[in-house]
Ligand binder design. Structure first.
Ligand SMILES: C[C@H](O)[C@H](O)[C@H]1CNC2=NC(N)=NC(=O)C2=N1
Length: 111
């Protein structure tokens, strides 16, 4: 299977399939710096990126926003001094879709 970061997101709809338990483990193995989190019953992918100051964190957050628009798939982004927390999940299915893993891999490429 090709690298996650080279794949394209597909249009997401309400009956798109969530990743299975087996797919989750296989995909997580390709994203060692990301962790699955469950919030309000919704499984998400999350990573905290550290930076030397606010300006560098802000610039990275902007790049993530641009990626989101390119893929038309949007994460939660928490911008703090020296830190950016990026959380991916698929709103339409209230869970994780393959798109979220592709976007997480693409997020790592922005560093
Ligand atoms: C209206 C709906 O939000 C849009 O179709 C897109 C935009 N970006 C999105 N981003 C994410 N993470 N999940 C979605 O389901 C999603 N849907």
């Amino acid at each position: 299977m090709s690298e996650l970061s080279t794949q394209q997101c597909e249009a997401c709809h309400v009956d798109a399939p969530k990743v299975s338990e087996e797919e989750l483990h296989q995909l997580m193995s390709q994203l060692p710096d990301w962790v699955p989190e469950v919030r309000d019953g919704i499984m998400m992918l999350e990573r905290v990126y550290k930076f030397k100051n606010y300006k560098l964190a802000w610039a990275f957050a902007n790049k993530v926003s641009e990626l989101a628009e390119e893929e038309f798939h949007h994460p939660a982004i928490l911008l703090e001094w020296g830190k950016v927390t990026v959380t991916w999940w698929t709103h339409a299915i209230k869970g994780l879709h393959k798109n979220d893993f592709i976007c997480a891999a693409k997020t790592d490429q922005l560093l």
